[in-house]
Design a protein around this ligand. Structure first.
Ligand SMILES: Cc1cc2nc3c(=O)[nH]c(=O)nc-3n(C[C@H](O)[C@H](O)[C@H](O)COP(=O)(O)OP(=O)(O)OC[C@H]3O[C@@H](n4cnc5c(N)ncnc54)[C@H](O)[C@@H]3O)c2cc1C
Length: 412
């Protein structure tokens, strides 16, 4: 489509913003891309979301949307539907398997307050965001694998292109072809799977974990249900060295089940429906942050701008907060200023969480013998001394620092 066509098809200005960037391309219909598209399109902008998938679909198992991310879902109109499908998580509890010691104990609200994490299947969250995006008039174009950009045009892998767009939003995730971020591969990843929530004594409002030093980590996260299905689900995970997947797959499944169950007998019922290796999918993690996640006419959000292990459960929240901040900045400033305002609004929050993630991850996923001892004998006891529990609650909620700087929440 050429620019004359595009101009003819521009919708009328319905938004309240004085500085309406009218024509926006979003690369990637993931968590950040759909949230941004939903927010931006409802003010009358023309928003086109390009994704590589042949039909809209999510990939992966479950995750936790923290209170700050839930706020963004609410503003985007996807909060109620997400809460209807997800499961409230009030705490995270982890034990060392060989000693039985409690080494992680974080609650969202020590005094019965209103905060909780929302455990949710990625497909359920995707469904809520896709519905919200379509309802606000964003156009979703599957089967468009972005390979590069040429100025304000997007180039696709099949050789076609589209544009020019006033703004390109790179929400193409950890493998974005538009992002210059070179992230550092982490030594450990994990296999993840989704299973029916079994008959178990584990509570449905808690993320439960077991560790052996830092070279084994097992987890069970309640994630609610899928749309059109009443079956409550769990996301389960088992830590593996980044290069350990082939060896894990080559060994009989029963050997793994026996090891996992020996470390954590309560995990056994979660494994009953894992009948082949393919039930579990390997996820490898990287860590890195773009110093300046914008350039002329381009903004990177979510994993395209910063990547970390899921140890703090903040990646989706970061993508949602980025989406909110960029939308809010575009509503308040002309494009160039808006991009600067977006960077400033998110800089310290992103930086702080990236530092915490880099510090915490090797305590739970590494070959270190020293770090898990530090975790169990010094850091965990310190974490019980006020005011540290309150600080840790704010850390998981995503509010250790103001997440949006001067672009604080406001109703559109
Ligand atoms: C196993 C695992 C568990 C996690 N658990 C949590 C958790 O508990 N809490 C949390 O907050 N975060 C968690 N995260 C992190 C979180 O999933 C990511 O940080 C988040 O999904 C990033 O959102 P995004 O919008 O940037 O990218 P994504 O959600 O990954 O979306 C990227 C989209 O871009 C599309 N795309 C990619 N390349 C192209 C291309 N070339 N052209 C067109 N489209 C493209 C993809 O198809 C996809 O739809 C977890 C991550 C993993 C791997």
């Amino acid at each position: 489509m050429d620019s004359a066509d595009r101009t003819a098809r521009m919708p009328s200005r319905k938004g309240k913003g004085r500085y309406m960037v009218q024509d926006i391309a979003v690369a990637g219909a993931g968590i950040g891309g759909l949230a941004f598209a939903t927010l931006a399109a409802r003010e009358g902008r023309r928003v086109t979301v390009f994704d590589q998938f042949d039909a809209p679909r999510p990939i992966g198992s479950g995750l936790v949307i923290q209170p700050v991310g839930q706020m963004v879902l609410d503003v985007a109109g996807a909060g109620d539907s997400a809460r209807a499908l997800g499961q409230k998580i009030h705490s995270m509890l982890g034990h060392e398997a060989t000693t039985g010691r409690r080494v992680l104990d974080v609650t969202y609200d020590r005094k019965g307050g209103p905060h909780y994490g929302l455990g949710i299947h990625r497909a359920a969250l995707f469904d809520c965001l896709l519905t919200a995006a379509r309802d606000t008039g964003a156009e979703i174009r599957p089967d468009h694998r972005v390979s590069a950009r040429d100025g304000q045009r997007l180039i696709f892998a099949n050789g076609t292109s589209d544009g020019p767009f006033e703004l390109i939003v790179d929400a193409a995730g950890a493998a974005s072809p538009l992002s210059p971020l070179q992230s550092r591969p982490l030594g450990y990843g994990a296999v993840w799977g989704t299973v029916p929530w079994p008959d178990t004594r584990l509570p449905t409002d808690r993320l439960s974990q077991r560790y052996r030093a830092a070279d084994r980590m097992i987890g069970a996260l309640p994630i609610g249900r899928l749309p059109d299905d009443q079956q409550p689900l769990a996301a389960i995970f088992w830590s593996l060295p980044a290069d350990g997947h082939d060896a894990w797959r080559a060994a009989p499944l029963d050997h793994w089940k026996a090891e996992a169950t020996a470390l954590w007998p309560d995990f056994a019922p979660f494994l009953e429906t894992v009948t082949e290796h393919d039930v579990m999918t390997m996820a490898r993690y990287t860590h890195g942050t773009l110093r300046t996640p914008v350039s002329e006419g381009l903004a990177h959000i979510g994993d395209a701008a910063h990547r970390a292990s899921p140890q703090l459960g903040q990646g989706a929240n970061m993508a949602l907060l980025d989406a909110y901040a960029l939308w809010s900045a575009l509503d308040r400033h002309p494009l160039d200023e808006a991009l600067r305002a977006y960077v400033l609004a998110r800089r310290w929050h992103v930086w702080t969480y990236q530092v915490f993630s880099a510090v915490f991850t090797p305590q739970y996923q590494s070959d270190s013998r020293f770090l898990p001892k530090l975790r169990d004998h010094i850091l965990f006891p310190v974490s019980r001394i006020p005011p540290v529990p309150g600080i840790l609650s704010r850390l998981v909620r995503g509010t250790l620092l103001p997440p949006l700087g001067s672009l604080h929440p406001r109703q559109p």
